[in-house]
Design a protein around this ligand. Structure first.
Ligand code: HEM
Length: 442
C-alpha cells in the first residue's frame, strides 16, 4: 500500500507488515529528524545483521538509547569540530603519499585512495585489517537492504541451524560474522600490544585507552565501548570517503572547465612555490565549492541510512506507528532547486557563490538529526586536502585511445545502500589520464 501526503513531502508505504515513510522535503526532514529527534533517531532491528552476522555492536546499527549514547559520545570526543584538526598532520602526510603513488601508477588511483584514506599502517597487499573490513563491507552491501534476507521479515528464522539444507543465509552469516569480529578485534589488539611496548601511534584507540587509565568510576564495559566504536570507524568511513573521492575524479574528467578554474585558483595562490596545505583553505573558495558540489551532485547514500520511530507519532492527519522505518530522501533534498539554484543535475560549484545556497553537509549528505554522521568534520577535511592536492599536481582527463585521442567516458552508479560509481570501467589502464603539472614539489 502506498499513500502520499497532499504536498508529496512524505510518502507512506507498507510492505508485508513493515511501515515505511519517505521524507521528500527539507522542511519535513527538519520537522521530523531535528524537532522530533527523540522519536525519529531509532534504527530497526535487522535480524540478519544484528543476530545472524553478530554486528549488533556497531554504532550505526544500535537502537536509540543509553547504549548508543555511550558509543556516540566515545566517537564525538575524538571527532567533534573542536578537536578534529588534530588529524590534519596525518591527513596531510597521507595525501602526499597519495600523490607519490598516483605519480608512479595513476591507473590504480582507486586503490591508492583506498590505501591512504585512513592512515593506518597497512601492508601493501592483503592487509588483514583492511581485508576484514572489506569483507564486512561487502556483507553490509548485501544485507543492509531491508528485506534482502527473509529472516528480516520472519525473525524466527534466525533459530534455524546453519546445517539445515537450504539455510544459505545462515552459512553466509557465519562466514561474514568471522570477518566482522576480526574487523573489531584485530586493530584493537594490535594497538593495545603496541601500547604495552610503548610503540603505539596517537590514534583513536590509544588516546581513549590513555584517557581511561586516568579516569575513575567508569563503567566496567567502557573498554568494550571503545573497541566497538573503533571497530565501526573503518567500515563507516572507508568506503564513504574513498567513493566520494572516486566521484570527484569522475567529475573532473567530465567537467574540464571546472578543473581549469580550480587549477587557476591554486596557481594564482601558490604557483609552483609549494604544495597546498590546510591553512590555504580560506583562500581557496572555488576548491571548497567543489568539495560541497561533490557531496551534493551525486550523494553516496542517496536515501540516507534508514532511521526508525521509537514511539507512535502524528504528522498532520497521519498516524505514524512506533517502529516505522523513516527514510530521508537525500537525493531529492540535494537536488531541490529552491535550495541549490537551477540545473541541480549538473556539476556547477559556482552555485555556492550565492550565499543563499544550502550547505549539502547539513542537507542530507551526512544524514539527519541526532544520527548525523559523527565523522563528517574529519571527512570534509580529508576531501579538501585530497581534492586540492590532486588538482594542484595532476590534470585529470577521461579515456583516450592508442594514439591519444579522447574517447567518450562511460560510467555507471550502482543502486545499493551506497550508490557507488563503477570504477572498474574507469580504472582500465588506458582510461584515465593524470597529467603531471608540478612534479618538483613531490
Ligand atoms: C564522505 C564521507 C562520508 C559520508 C558521505 C558519510 C555519510 C554518512 C551518512 C549518510 C550516515 C547516516 C546518518 C543517519 O543515520 O542519518 C553516516 C553515519 C555514520 N558515519 Fe559517516 N560518512 C562519511 C564519512 C565517515 C567517516 C570518515 C567516519 C568515521 C571517522 C564515519 C562514521 C559514521 C558513523 C559511526 C555513522 C553512524 C552514526 C549513528 O548511527 O549514530 N563516516 N555517515
Amino acid at each position: 500500500m502506498t499513500c502520499f501526503s497532499p504536498s508529496g513531502e512524505i510518502v507512506y508505504v507498507k510492505i508485508f507488515h513493515v511501515d515505511m515513510i519517505i521524507v521528500n522535503s527539507r522542511r519535513m526532514a527538519y520537522e521530523l529528524f531535528d524537532k522530533r529527534s527523540s522519536i525519529y533517531s531509532d534504527r530497526i532491528h535487522l535480524p540478519m545483521i544484528n543476530d545472524v552476522m553478530g554486528w549488533g555492536w556497531g554504532l550505526s546499527f544500535q537502537r536509540y538509547g543509553e547504549r548508543w549514547r555511550r558509543h556516540r559520545r566515545a566517537m564525538h570526543e575524538k571527532f567533534h569540530i573542536g578537536v578534529v584538526d588534530a588529524f590534519m598532520p596525518s591527513q596531510l602526510k597521507h595525501t602526499r603519499e597519495l600523490l607519490r603513488r598516483l605519480l608512479s601508477t595513476p591507473e590504480d588511483y582507486a586503490e591508492h585512495l583506498r590505501h591512504v584514506t585512513y592512515g593506518i599502517h597497512v601492508k601493501a597487499e592483503d592487509d588483514p585489517h583492511i581485508m576484514a573490513a572489506e569483507e564486512s563491507l561487502k556483507a553490509f552491501e548485501e544485507a543492509g537492504v531491508p528485506g534482502a534476507f527473509l529472516v528480516d521479515i520472519f525473525p524466527w528464522m534466525k533459530y534455524i541451524p546453519h546445517w539445515v539444507p537450504g539455510a544459505v543465509f545462515k552459512q553466509k552469516g557465519r562466514k561474514w560474522a568471522k570477518s566482522i569480529s576480526d574487523m573489531k578485534e584485530l586493530p584493537f589488539q594490535t594497538t593495545k600490544a603496541a601500547m604495552l611496548q610503548g610503540a603505539a601511534d596517537k590514534c583513536f584507540v590509544a588516546s581513549h585507552l590513555e584517557d581511561l587509565e586516568k579516569l575513575k568510576g567508569v563503567p566496567q564495559d567502557q573498554e568494550d565501548v571503545i573497541k566497538n566504536t573503533a571497530g565501526i570507524i573503518i567500515p563507516t568511513g572507508l568506503d564513504t570517503s574513498v567513493n566520494t573521492m572516486i566521484t570527484f575524479v569522475l567529475a573532473m574528467a567530465l567537467f574540464p572547465e571546472v578543473q581549469r578554474k580550480a587549477q587557476a585558483e591554486l596557481d594564482h595562490l601558490l604557483g609552483e612555490a609549494r604544495l597546498v596545505e590546510f591553512e590555504d583553505r580560506l583562500e581557496l573558495p572555488y576548491i571548497s565549492a567543489i568539495c560541497k558540489e561533490i557531496l551534493r551532485w551525486h550523494p553516496l547514500l542517496q536515501q540516507g541510512f534508514a532511521h526508525a520511530t521509537s514511539e507512535d507519532d502524528i504528522i498532520g492527519e497521519y498516524f505514524i506507528p512506533k517502529g516505522t522505518i523513516v527514510i530521508g530522501n537525500s537525493w531529492e533534498l540535494l537536488h531541490d532547486e529552491a535550495d541549490f539554484g537551477p540545473d541541480t543535475d549538473k556539476f556547477i560549484p559556482e552555485r555556492f557563490s550565492n550565499p543563499a545556497a544550502r550547505d549539502p553537509a547539513l542537507t542530507g549528505a551526512f544524514g539527519y538529526g541526532r544520527r548525523i554522521c559523527p565523522g563528517r568534520h574529519m571527512a570534509e577535511n580529508s576531501l579538501f586536502i585530497q581534492i586540492a592536492s590532486m588538482l594542484q599536481v595532476f590534470e585529470i582527463s577521461g579515456p583516450r585511445d592508442a594514439i591519444g585521442k579522447k574517447r567518450p567516458l562511460e560510467y555507471t552508479f550502482s543502486s545499493g545502500v551506497l550508490s557507488v560509481q563503477s570504477y572498474r570501467a574507469l580504472s582500465q589502464p588506458e582510461s584515465l589520464y593524470f597529467k603531471l603539472q608540478h612534479e618538483k614539489q613531490l
